[in-house]
Design a protein around this ligand. Structure first.
Ligand SMILES: Nc1nc2c(c(=O)[nH]1)N[C@H]1C(S)=C(S)[C@@H](COP(=O)(O)OP(=O)(O)OC[C@H]3O[C@@H](n4cnc5c(=O)[nH]c(N)nc54)[C@H](O)[C@@H]3O)O[C@H]1N2
Ligand SMILES: Nc1nc2c(c(=O)[nH]1)N[C@H]1C(S)=C(S)[C@@H](COP(=O)(O)OP(=O)(O)OC[C@H]3O[C@@H](n4cnc5c(=O)[nH]c(N)nc54)[C@H](O)[C@@H]3O)O[C@H]1N2
Ligand code: SF4
Ligand SMILES: [Mo]
Length: 904
């Protein structure tokens, strides 16, 4: 390549959250691609959060699955595609022949592209003839899907991101928007800066980073949202909040919904007691909602992931219907989707109870329409197994072959040890992934290497119904191939016609045509989901496709016409065009806390990690913000459980157990415990929280109750703590607990164990022979041992072991791995763990972009009397790039103010 030429820049879409930010990737051979926000993409207008900004650090081929693998006599061996595909096709075909189509299953993912997803659904429902295809969206958005269908008649998100800027009140329910939808959160932040009258209300049992922006935080008792919104409905009805014209002309069912709401929730004081919030604050919320026309109520997993998730969704929508606040700028209920293509998966009908293109499995006319369109030999006629039931059926043996694509269920399903048992028993487990070693690939009989982000090519749909292209800018590594290609190859080998696609564009075209097929014909119903304006766009136009919000119809000149907001015409998708109020009877989470398991476990996300960390875990920058798994609880509960901050504890439920470090963020109320979801068997010895989570699901949607499991917390007794920084990975079978953290040029292990501190063991751990260049230090009395291994003056590894927690900070030592040769002064103080002239420990990372620690920020605030986040940025750079840490800086500023107040 001529290096004087500008490097090619490809416009694509971020592979993480449902905001769906546009990304540009500039590629020069031999260097990592330069990733930036796409200024032309309406979702983010050039901004990226820290995960998006660090994408370049996740693209190396370390750990990638590059060839198909087959298990033989217990071990995996490399195989050719042909052999692997034959094994899958013949395995599936023979199970179907012997036990029928319901004995096989696909378990797929909202991280697939629409084209992959479309083919998977077509193969299963139209050709194999079973609806046993479910997806991790069951764990994610299925309560919203069900709630939308009940209220609107179709799975439709009415609004768009602009509504957040036009609103006068934004209610964030069960959504840590600051960390999970960061660029959208920043739009809210800027809107509020420009217009301080914009009120933000956060409804979340935890005080999260999102709450830093909120005018009002209602820290409700977990699981009580239906009481709260029923109370609001009842309040609106009694305080002139009903839009009578809208309700009469465009809705039905208000009386029944109101009767239920009034029964338990007519008295705000009683609701406040049940929700465990301050009655005056609850009333302030009700009054504010009633008085503000432009309200957006956005919600996410605190709503969906509950045994009353669908009712929570409808209780929220009821309040928007009664006020007529829907379909107009600046207002509406808004389901924030999690995964990059949660929406695309719903469009193609990827869930076990849906058909393609927003058609229904239980509608015979629509079933027939799809079968005819696909020219399929059969069509599934009843819903398949939903995720939790699916893996139960695998364990029971009624499902005998399963193909898992782009998801890691051994980590992410509830009662996750059950999933492991199920896969161990299953006759044929096929896993398509981009990574070789995940907790799920360990159980595979066949491993298929998939193209990852930057290599694959297709479309995704974000939370506001915007279809964007993910474009390839890297060559396919090894033998990795697109997921749709593998699915089509298996379909063809099973003898099915209709899977010969010329490319992703060809599949997209078929998907667009199906959306229009029989749409609006007698008996087939009218579906709002319609891509008719994109039919026949051809490969060139598909390559160039600009982000576009569906429905996309054809304009007078034949051009595609997008739709910003739905229901502007006040017509809903139920027959008759009316929206429906749904009566929602409040009920508590299925399992209540009791004497054995007295605390309620809540699980969720951290700012800088994505799910099971197979990609974000590779980035040193992202790994610095929250390096270790933790158990966050109230200090008083910690006291009762006998656990101390910084020490290890074991959390146990009726389903399983895990170990992590105790922390007090200050955001958890008495009676609650929060544990992040990200750690797996690959990144920690025993911190997979899914193992503890109860497998109860919402009766309508089948979505698990991830946010509420009764648990007990107890000390995890160890005698010593240690850490290792090493250029090479270590095998750590013999320690009681470990966590693996990716550093810049090294791997860090935090460990703990029992028995005496053993120098021989510590040195053996680092793997170097006796002849190696060692420096070490031992203090038997203190139970401390420290050693470093050098090769020709370069630091290879170091280990620090201590009784108790007396270990030096890791950051100075970490910096030494950048040097090819240790300076004499560094070598001299190596085993002290710090340089003598060094300033204070920077503390845990707050700003990942510039690596700025909490202590550094706090000292700057104190010493320079800083008062705003902008001043902090000007002083220490933190917050000056992606802005993801701005809420945390805000919290430190607020803490400093409190400190001053208490001091004076
Ligand atoms: N950094 C990061 N961002 C992500 C992801 C990630 O892995 N990492 N994943 C993406 C995906 S797939 C998803 S689905 C989204 C999820 O995005 P969010 O839903 O915002 O994230 P969570 O942390 O799962 O949970 C949200 C909040 O629900 C609260 N909650 C718990 N119980 C209740 C309750 O009973 N009522 C109410 N009102 N709130 C409750 C929790 O305390 C938590 O703060 O994030 C997406 N974005
Ligand atoms: N306790 C608890 N559990 C939860 C949740 C919770 O809040 N609490 N949230 C749930 C939710 S909302 C979600 S969305 C799930 C997420 O859970 P998972 O979907 O299980 O998590 P990921 O780590 O995203 O798994 C994606 C897998 O696909 C691989 N991959 C990435 N790109 C590709 C590709 O292009 N093709 C293929 N074939 N593979 C690819 C990755 O390496 C990874 O192994 O977790 C759920 N589980
Ligand atoms: S907010 Fe962050 S993770 Fe979400 S799409 Fe944008 S850059 Fe990606
Ligand atoms: Mo999700």
């Amino acid at each position: 390549m001529d290096m004087s030429l500008p490097a090619p820049t490809v416009r694509t879409t971020c592979p993480y959250c449902g905001v769906g930010c546009g990304v540009t990737a500039t590629v020069r051979p031999g260097t990592i691609p330069i990733i930036a926000g796409d200024a032309q993409h309406a979702a983010n207008r050039g901004r990226l959060c820290v995960k998006g900004a660090a994408l370049g650090e996740t693209l190396d081929l370390d750990g990638r699955l590059l060839h198909p693998m087959l298990r033989e006599s217990g071990t995996l061996r490399q195989a050719g595609w042909n052999e692997a595909l034959e094994r899958v096709a013949s395995g599936f075909a023979s199970v179907v022949a012997e036990h029928g189509p319901d004995a096989v299953a696909l378990y797929v993912s909202g991280q697939l592209l629409t084209e992959d997803y479309y083919v998977a659904n077509k193969l299963m429902k139209g050709f194999i003839g079973s609806a046993n295809i479910d997806t991790n969206s069951r764990l994610c958005m299925s309560s919203s899907v069900a709630g939308h269908k009940r209220a609107f008649g179709e799975d439709l998100v009415p609004g768009c991101y602009e509504d957040f800027e036009l609103a006068d009140m934004i209610v964030l329910v069960g959504s840590n928007t600051a960390w999970c939808h960061p660029t959208l959160f920043q739009r809210i932040l800027r809107a509020k800066e420009a217009r301080p009258g914009l009120k933000v209300v956060a409804i979340d049992p935890r005080r999260t980073a999102t709450c830093e922006l909120a005018d009002l935080h209602l820290a409700i008792k977990p699981g009580t949202d239906v009481w709260l919104f029923n109370g609001l409905l009842s309040y609106l009805a009694r305080h002139g909040g009903v839009d009578g014209t809208f309700v009469a002309a465009h809705t039905e069912g208000l009386d029944a919904a109101l009767a239920i709401a009034d029964a338990d929730c007519a008295d705000p004081a009683a609701v406040a007691r049940i929700c465990r919030v301050d009655p005056a604050q609850l009333l302030a919320f009700y009054e504010g909602f009633a008085a503000t026309a432009k309200v957006v109520t956005a919600y996410s997993q605190g709503v969906n992931q509950s045994s009353s998730g669908t009712d929570k969704v409808n209780a929220i929508i009821n309040c928007h219907l009664v006020t007529g606040r829907i379909g107009q700028p600046g207002m509406g209920p808004f389901s924030l989707t999690g995964q990059p293509n949660a929406m695309g998966g719903r469009e193609v009908g990827g869930l076990a109870n849906m058909l393609a293109a927003h058609m229904d499995l239980d509608n015979p006319v629509q079933r027939d329409a799809v079968r005819e369109f696909w020219d399929a030999p059969r069509i599934a006629s009843r819903p398949g197994l939903k995720a939790v039931d699916l893996f139960r059926a695998v364990e029971e043996g009624s499902v005998k072959a399963v193909w898992i694509i782009a998801t890691n269920p051994v980590v992410s399903l509830p009662d996750a040890d059950q999933v492991r048992r199920a896969l161990d028993k299953c006759e044929l487990v096929v896993v398509s992934d981009i990574v070789h070693g995940t907790d799920t690939t360990l159980h595979a009989d066949v491993l298929l290497p998939a193209l990852g982000w930057g290599e694959k090519d297709g479309t995704v749909t974000n939370s506001e119904r915007c279809i964007s292209r993910q474009r390839a800018f890297l060559p396919a590594p090894g033998e990795a191939r697109a997921d749709w290609w593998a699915l089509c190859e298996v379909a063809r080998r099973m003898g099915f016609a209709g899977f010969d696609y010329a490319g992703a564009h060809d599949i997209f075209d078929e998907h667009a045509r199906l959306s229009n097929w029989r749409n609006g014909e007698d008996g087939a119903g009218r579906r709002v989901f319609d891509l008719s304006g994109l039919i026949g766009i051809g490969q060139g136009a598909y390559e160039a496709l600009e982000p576009i919000q569906w429905p996309v119809v054809r304009g007078a000149g034949g051009e595609p016409v997008a739709t910003e907001r739905l229901f502007a015409d006040r017509r809903f998708a139920h027959a008759g065009g009316r929206a429906r109020f749904i009566p929602t009877t409040p009920r508590a989470p299925v399992h209540a806390v009791d004497g054995d398991f007295p605390l309620a476990l809540n699980t969720g996300r951290m700012r800088d990690q994505w799910h099971t960390m197979t990609r974000t875990g590779k980035s040193p920058r992202l790994s610095s913000h929250s390096p270790e798994p933790f158990i966050d609880l109230h200090p008083n509960d910690a006291l009762l459980c006998g656990v101390r901050e910084g020490e290890l504890a074991r959390v146990t439920s009726r389903w399983g157990a895990m170990v992590a470090r105790v922390t007090h963020s200050g955001g958890i109320a008495r009676g609650g415990v929060f544990v992040p979801i990200h750690w797996s068997g690959q990144t920690a010895s025993d911190a997979r929280v899914g193992a503890l989570v109860n497998p109860e699901v919402d009766p309508v949607s089948g979505e698990p109750e991830f946010k509420h499991t009764p648990v007990a917390v107890a000390p995890f007794v160890v005698e010593w703590h240690a850490f290792v920084l090493s250029r090479e990975s270590l095998a750590l079978d013999s320690v009681a607990h470990w966590t693996r953290i990716q550093g810049e040029g090294f791997v860090r292990y935090e460990m703990a164990g029992r028995g005496p501190v053993d120098p021989d063991w510590a040195r053996a751990l680092l793997g170097a022979g006796e002849a190696a260049d060692w420096i070490d230090y031992e203090d038997e009395g203190l139970g401390a041992y420290r050693a470093a291994h050098l090769v020709e003056g370069r630091l290879e590894a170091c280990v620090f072991v201590a009784r108790g927690l007396r270990l030096p900070p890791r950051d100075w030592l970490a910096g030494l791995f950048a040097a090819q040769q240790l300076a004499a002064s560094d070598r001299a103080t190596l085993l002290a763990g710090s340089a003598p002239q060094r300033g204070p420990d920077p503390g845990p990372t707050v700003c990942s972009c510039f690596g700025v620690g909490r202590n550094t920020i706090q000292i700057a605030i104190r010493e320079h009397g800083l008062e705003t986040t902008a001043q902090v940025t000007a002083c220490v750079r933190a917050g000056g790039n992606c802005g993801s840490c701005v809420p945390e800086i805000g919290k430190l500023l607020a803490l400093a103010k409190c400190g001053e107040a208490t001091a004076s």
